[in-house]
Design a protein around this ligand. Structure first.
Ligand code: GTP
Ligand code: SPV
Ligand code: MN
Length: 610
């Protein structure tokens, strides 16, 4: 097939639903390079979803779940090698290496382009190439953030429909000449004539590449989540962080939560925790403190810019949740369970029950027999996990029972508090308030967390993860930290969100969690609100303002009081031991480390020594 025979690409066929010249030229160029059998523009309609999901069932990629238990929902079990983001294969290809910085993999853009062009050559043979227009954030925004993903994966098309505002409406916004992010994706598994497809095509060679200057994304070899749904981490964090740096706003790995006090006062809170460290759970919290309510605006990504009133406003660019399944259940996260149960959900790498439902570790009603995520028979004593630890549900936000009515408002919501947090067994207290914006930036900059299953790598080893952005920065981390400091310098500090650092994951000597977490985290949120209002007490410690147990509302909490004290403790010996680790990290950041961060580090050391 030649490009000229692709219907409409030469401008003669009105089945091509756009006259956007740059888009058409790009589609033609990619089709010539990748040589698909067909080119289809995705319209985002129900009929298209129906058609593609049926096709995926036939191909063996999707298992249709029991209509009564999970209406209109599907299970995909991936290739066992394609289960998480591949950070070692993720590149920021800025023109200058120093603009990618020490935390990213870098390759010169020309070199990467020629290398990947060879991978892309003929890579869609035997497949359909989908052109998937999408918008990140509300379509009604003054300057909607548009993108087009070209992909040869039906799984990606149906998932993009859940996760983004995808289809004709986004294409219409593009008109004939609106700029858009070009996002090219291939699973890298061409089919020769007569060759049978596999349920989960992918390639051992993987590249997740970003060209920040030209706002392009090139992804090859993986069909999984953050590697393949390019509107998410690739666009809304890596490319958007570079845009935000240029334009004076923030693109962050943060949930957005609306908290309502018993007096009906509303507070919006954004929180950055690394992958699989509790964002979705906090975004959907059911407060246990009487009279407090919570609503959800986003569970993974926040774009924040200053409003005319000088406050920082946050918008969630996404349209669905791509949540961690294991650990989710009716007691830890009933909101997620209700969102999923409403149907229209794509599960990946969870286990299948004998009656066509799904199961994962910690879900109620563990069956005696299952098909595990690898397609093998499983029983409770088989000694293996039934679901992959990074198995996910992909479900529409609109089904969330606690969705805040203002979730689609292009204005966004004014943020009162920013929380940073990681997964630390020791040292880091349950909650700690920064002295000011720059100190809060230092807290974020030196955040640390134990590795989880959300990316390849050794689970459990502690790494520094500034603002939970280390895998998602589209530029130099030093410039990024300076950008955070500048955001504070250019604002009226009184109107800026107050910054806090939380750790739900501290453990006692016997390895149990010291704090019950989940809904009980509302007790910490209540203290945070009272700090904003100036009504709660705290101790001034070397690391920040930390409450005593008596400063928290612990009414009715069924926990050993010693555990709460231990969870809140700031142990100077532990922090002295932390200092060389922070130092090592700041040295790694290198020459571009902002002096403001260095000053905060010196001040911390002085406070610990005195
Ligand atoms: P990504 O989608 O990868 O960005 O993850 P996330 O930050 O949204 O994490 P999520 O809320 O899905 O939580 C990940 C894991 O942490 C799940 O297994 C949860 O059960 C567990 N978790 C979440 N909140 C808490 C908490 O307050 N305490 C404890 N002990 N575990 C928690
Ligand atoms: C994360 O890893 O932070 C996720 C899942 O939210 S993924 O979309 O795969 O990046
Ligand atoms: Mn995430």
């Amino acid at each position: 097939m030649t490009a000229a025979t692709i219907p409409g690409l030469n401008g003669t066929d009105d089945t091509v639903p756009t006259k956007h010249a740059e888009l058409l030229a790009w589609v033609q160029e990619v089709a010539e390079l990748t040589q698909p059998d067909r080119v289809v523009f995705a319209d985002g309609s129900d009929a298209e979803f129906e058609r593609l999901s049926n096709q995926l069932v036939e191909a063996g990629t999707f298992i249709r779940l029991n209509e009564e238990k999970k209406p209109h929902s599907f299970l995909a079990q991936s290739d066992p090698s394609d289960v998480a983001r591949v950070e070692s294969r993720t590149f920021i290809c800025s023109e200058r290496e120093e603009d990618a910085g020490p935390t990213n993999n870098w390759m010169a853009p020309d070199k990467m382009r020629s290398l990947m062009n060879e991978l892309y050559r003929g890579c869609m043979r035997g497949r359909t190439m989908y052109v998937v227009p999408f918008c990140m954030g509300p379509l009604g925004a003054e300057q909607p953030k548009l993108g087009v993903e070209i992909t040869d994966s039906e799984y990606v098309v149906v998932s993009m429909r859940v996760m983004t505002r995808m289809g004709q409406a986004a294409l219409d916004k593009m008109g004939t000449d609106m700029p858009f992010v070009k996002a090219l994706h291939s699973v890298g598994a061409p089919l020769e004539p007569g060759q049978n497809d596999v349920p989960w095509p992918c390639n051992d060679t993987k590249y997740i590449t970003h060209f920040p200057e030209t706002r392009e994304i090139w992804s090859f070899g993986s069909g999984y989540g953050g590697n393949a749904l390019l509107g998410k981490k690739c666009y809304s964090l890596r490319i958007a962080s570079a845009m935000a740096h240029d334009e004076g706003w923030l693109a962050e790995h943060m949930l957005i939560l609306k908290l309502i006090s018993p007096e009906d006062k509303v507070y919006y809170i954004a929180a950055a925790f690394p992958s699989a460290c509790g964002k979705t759970n906090l975004a959907m919290i059911h407060p246990t403190v009487p009279g407090w309510r919570a609503e959800t605006l986003g569970d993974d990504i926040a774009w924040m810019r200053f409003g005319e009133d000088g406050r920082l406003y946050a918008v969630n660019p996404e349209f669905g949740f791509f949540g961690v399944a294991p650990g989710t259940n009716w007691s830890s996260n009933p909101t997620a369970m209700r969102t999923i149960e409403a149907g229209n959900t794509v599960f990946t790498n969870v286990a299948l029950t004998d009656d066509g439902d799904v199961w994962w570790e910690a879900l109620e009603n563990q069956p005696d027999h299952l098909t595990d995520w690898l397609g093998q028979p499983w029983t409770p004593d088989s000694g293996r996990k039934a679901a992959h630890p990074n198995s996910r549900y992909c479900t529409p936000m609109s089904q969330c029972p606690t969705l805040a009515p203002e979730w689609d408002d292009p204005q966004g919501v004014p943020i009162s508090a920013i929380l940073f947090g990681g997964r630390r067994k020791s040292t880091v207290p349950l909650v700690n308030q920064a002295f000011n914006w720059q100190h809060g930036t230092f807290m974020g900059a030196t955040m640390s967390s134990e590795q989880t299953a959300a990316a390849e790598g050794k689970v459990g080893s502690v790494r520094r993860d500034p603002m939970a952005m280390i895998p998602f920065l589209g530029y130099n981390v030093g410039d990024y930290l300076q950008h955070w400091i500048d955001v504070g310098k250019n604002a009226d500090e009184a109107k800026l969100p107050k910054i806090f650092y939380v750790n739900w994951f501290r453990r006692g000597d016997d390895k149990r969690f010291l704090w019950p977490g989940f809904g009980e985290n509302s007790r910490v949120l209540k203290w945070i609100v009272e700090r904003i209002e100036g009504t709660a007490d705290a101790q001034s410690t070397p690391i920040g303002y930390v409450p005593s147990a008596s400063d928290l509302d612990l009414d009715g909490l069924d926990v050993d009081p010693n555990d709460v004290d231990e969870a809140l403790a700031v142990n100077s010996k532990d922090w002295q031991a932390e200092i060389p680790l922070i130092e090592e990290w700041l040295e790694f950041v290198g020459d571009k480390l902002p002096s403001g961060i260095r000053d905060e580090f010196e001040a911390l050391k002085n406070r610990l020594d005195s």
